[in-house]
Design a protein. Structure first.
Length: 166
């Protein structure tokens, strides 16, 4: 486990695998942009699709940054980690990983700015990478620390796509 602890009694790392995972996804997206947009130049759309893709892209960038901001800076997540308390309130009642969701949504918005149909596969690849990494790292850590409390929480709240369950 990564060792970035604020105090000795803390059971989870403060940052986890997030920075490495997000960097990896950014690299995958940059490679996709270069391949589809500049090397092969396939899937590029023309007007009026350019405007539609860019408007949706800007909206997703704003939404993603907002979700990340709320999850990272407006919740008490750092305190929850330091105090070994499972965070389930606020935005964490809508999505288990709002910081990662925010990055994913932001990257999707950025990809839409290229108005290229082939790049639409990249958010799916990003989601798959995030899902596999989270299942095999942070979710195991959370289960080890919180047990049934985390299992019950994960049954109620989605991993990456924010929504309200009825």
């Amino acid at each position: 486990m990564l060792k970035n602890y604020a105090k000795n009694t803390q059971k989870l790392p403060l940052y986890g695998v997030g920075p490495y995972m997000i960097l990896g996804i950014a690299i995958v997206d940059i490679i996709g942009i270069i391949i589809f947009g500049y090397v092969f130049k396939i899937g590029i759309l023309n007007t009026p699709w350019i405007l539609l893709f860019r408007v949706i892209g800007i909206a997703l960038i704003i939404l993603g940054i907002t979700i990340w901001y709320i999850g990272a800076l407006r919740s008490d997540m750092d305190d929850s980690i330091i105090e070994n308390r499972l965070q389930t309130k606020g935005i964490y009642s809508l999505v288990r990983n709002p910081m990662y969701s925010g990055w994913w949504i932001t990257f999707t918005g950025i990809l839409l700015m290229w108005h290229n149909t082939w790049m639409l596969i990249l958010p799916v690849i990003d989601w798959l990478i995030m899902t596999v990494v989270l299942i095999n790292t942070e979710e195991k850590w959370l289960y080890e620390v919180y047990g049934d409390e985390y299992v019950n929480y994960s049954k109620k709240v989605n991993r990456l796509i924010p929504y309200v369950r009825k």
